[in-house]
Design a binder for this molecule. Structure first.
Ligand SMILES: NC(=O)c1ccc[n+]([C@@H]2O[C@H](COP(=O)([O-])OP(=O)(O)OC[C@H]3O[C@@H](n4cnc5c(N)ncnc54)[C@H](O)[C@@H]3O)[C@@H](O)[C@H]2O)c1
Length: 263
């Protein structure tokens, strides 16, 4: 089951998982896009309406999966919403909206699949966090705050559920080209311009995140739990606006002279 699977990164994961032979339940509030994608992906995909903030909705969605497919092997908690605003311009309503979707939503999801996964002898949960937990992004108190909480939930759930063969890991994307980035309004016409200072100086694409999610969802990552994979173009290793020291090329002979002079 992939929440937020109707578009963007979730849709890309749904496609890759189908290619890998999985049966995918696309769970989202965006019914039209979800139905369209499941029709495109064929027999291996179904759409399930789910608002991740709705506890009863989770019971219905997981109940349907168990009834139709007998078990749930993988949950990808990908549904999320964004907000970029100065701290003082962020209302309590906005803040709580992000907490509900980005923090409560995945927590409800983990709780909903824990019992059936335990009964089946194990399972895998992949939470889609954000590289904003590792980079001090201005304007992201509400968004990064909710993703920091998800990081804690992910690691502690790994600790709790490991004894039943359930692995819980996270993928932390950087700037990825989806509707969320477009709606954010901060992308210039040259979409790579904002990312020019990164080790990989361009925006990322949903399929690049999907491959990391696939790794964590598969037995290839059998010894990983409570782990995080950054898929951020190196953004958090080299901050976007880090000062660039002047490069002074030095010739080898000069270095040898310095060394032999004991400097
Ligand atoms: N795009 C980026 O640059 C970026 C960077 C870091 C992390 N992320 C995270 O990646 C995940 C996927 O985002 P995306 O980039 O594909 O954006 P997106 O906006 O294209 O997709 C988000 C999906 O979540 C669904 N959704 C929103 N609220 C929901 C709810 N209450 N219940 C169920 N579904 C809901 C939307 O309908 C949509 O299909 C999110 O968790 C996001 O926070 C995105």
């Amino acid at each position: 089951m992939i929440t937020g699977g109707a578009q963007g990164q979730g849709a890309s994961q749904a496609q890759l998982f189908v290619e890998e032979g999985a049966t995918v339940v696309i769970a989202d509030i965006h019914d039209e896009a979800g139905e369209r994608l499941s029709a495109e992906l064929g027999e291996q995909a179904v759409f399930q309406h789910l608002d991740v903030t709705d506890e009863e909705g989770w019971a219905r969605a997981v109940g349907r999966v168990l009834e139709e497919f007998g078990r749930i092997d993988i949950l990808v908690n990908g549904a999320g919403i964004n907000l970029t605003a100065w701290l003082e311009d962020t209302s309590v309503e906005d803040f709580l909206r992000l907490v509900k979707v980005n923090q409560l939503g995945p927590w409800l999801g983990i709780r909903a699949v824990a019992a059936p996964m335990r009964a089946a002898g194990g399972g895998v949960i992949v939470n889609i966090g954000s590289a904003s937990v590792a980079a001090g992004l201005i304007g992201k108190t509400a968004y990064a705050g909710s993703k920091h909480a998800l990081r804690g939930i992910s690691r502690i759930a790994a600790g709790e559920l490991g004894r039943w063969g359930i692995r819980v890991n996270a993928v932390l994307p950087g700037g990825i080209y989806t509707q969320m980035s477009v709606d954010d309004g901060s992308l210039p016409p040259d979409i790579n311009k904002n990312f020019a200072g990164q080790p990989i100086p361009r925006i990322g694409y949903p399929e690049e995140v999907a491959r990391a999610v696939l790794f964590l969802a598969s037995d290839e990552s059998s010894y990983s739990s409570g782990a995080e994979i950054l898929v951020d173009g190196g953004m958090t290793a080299a901050p976007l606006k880090s000062p660039i020291p002047k490069h002074v090329p030095r010739d080898v002979a000069e270095l040898v002279r310095e060394k032999s002079a004991g400097r």
